[in-house]
Ligand binder design. Structure first.
Ligand code: NAP
Length: 276
């Protein structure tokens, strides 16, 4: 009974809506791992103190969610390149030497979800239409560029935020006015909604969808509801749709593997476990 039981968890405020405890709990049971994953409500003012205490309490790492994803970068010892580029972290690793490393796995989750949900899609020579330019969009754009897409047409209500991404990520990004967003769909073999539009409690996405190409892949980061208006309409027009839940599930894989020593699988059982 002297063996340490590894602890991990998720830190945020509020934290009650997080699906992470359910999905990590599912994997812990499935692989028979003696470990725990705990939701923790932590205020911004307490974040530094909590992070320093956690390794001493047996934590091997944690996820970080709203509102701490940016602030946490000032409190850790090491930041991966992808978290630096994205400007936010969602996964922390407490190393044996006492140092805290911050990573961002949202882009990984996005690409893995596409690979699983649309295995025929290939990034090479691909033109992608991306709606939005918020925090999640940075991870998506960075992952698409790493994957080797040819061109990203980017449209956001607040144009300057899209231009900032173009400035940071370079010439493969072309900014399109929000009022013209419907036009860029005609050229895209992949369409991604990274805005909060269509989410329960938010307005619907009103971009005209007539330009969607039959056979294009359409994915929505919104997963509540699972079937957004965008996905319904895209399917009706003969597109291949991929919902946003898979991104949430796949982004959790690297953290779980690092903390608990087992690469977990994202499959239908997991989806059923986290769906309300
Ligand atoms: P964020 O940083 O707050 O960005 C919100 C984005 O939505 C911005 O581009 C914003 O445009 C746009 N937007 C909001 N209200 C709008 C409106 N009325 N009209 C036009 N555009 C509007 O949020 P985020 O962290 O990027 O998250 C965006 C969505 O992705 C959320 O629904 C979130 O739940 C989801 N998400 C899903 C996953 C997953 O694993 N599936 C991961 C991360 C996020 P402006 O710049 O003009 O305000």
């Amino acid at each position: 009974m002297t063996e340490n039981v590894p602890l991990a968890g998720v830190i945020g405020q509020p934290i009650h809506q997080s699906m992470s405890p359910v999905l990590h709990g599912h994997w812990l049971r499935r692989y028979g791992i003696r470990g725990h994953y705990i939701p923790m409500e932590v205020a911004s003012a307490d974040l530094g103190e909590v992070l320093r205490a956690m390794p001493r309490m047996g934590f091997v790492g944690c996820n970080v969610t709203i509102p701490h994803k940016v602030k946490v970068l000032d409190l850790v010892d090491q930041i991966t390149d992808r978290a630096t580029i994205i400007g936010a972290a969602n996964t922390l690793i407490f190393r044996r030497d006492g140092k805290i490393m911050a990573d961002n796995t949202d882009g990984f989750g996005f690409i893995e979800n596409l690979r699983q949900g649309a295995p025929h899609w290939t990034p090479k020579d691909c033109t992608v239409a991306v709606l939005g330019a918020g925090g999640a969009c940075r991870a998506v754009v960075s992952a698409l560029i790493d994957a080797g897409v040819a061109r990203i047409l980017l449209s956001n209500r607040t144009r300057i935020k899209a231009e900032q991404l173009q400035y940071e990520f370079g010439k493969r990004i072309q900014v399109v006015d929000w009022v013209q967003a419907g036009n860029m769909l005609e050229e895209a073999s992949l369409v991604v909604n990274t805005t909060a539009l269509g989410m329960t409690g938010q307005p619907e996405l009103r971009v005209p969808l007539d330009g969607l190409q039959r056979g294009a892949v359409v994915t929505d980061l919104v997963y509540n509801p699972l079937r957004t208006h965008l996905l319904d309409e895209a399917q009706r027009r003969g597109c291949h749709i991929v919902d946003g839940l898979g991104m949430l599930l796949h982004q959790a894989v690297p953290g779980f593997e690092r903390w608990f020593g087992q690469r977990p699988e994202v499959d239908e059982d997991l989806r059923l476990a986290v769906l309300p």
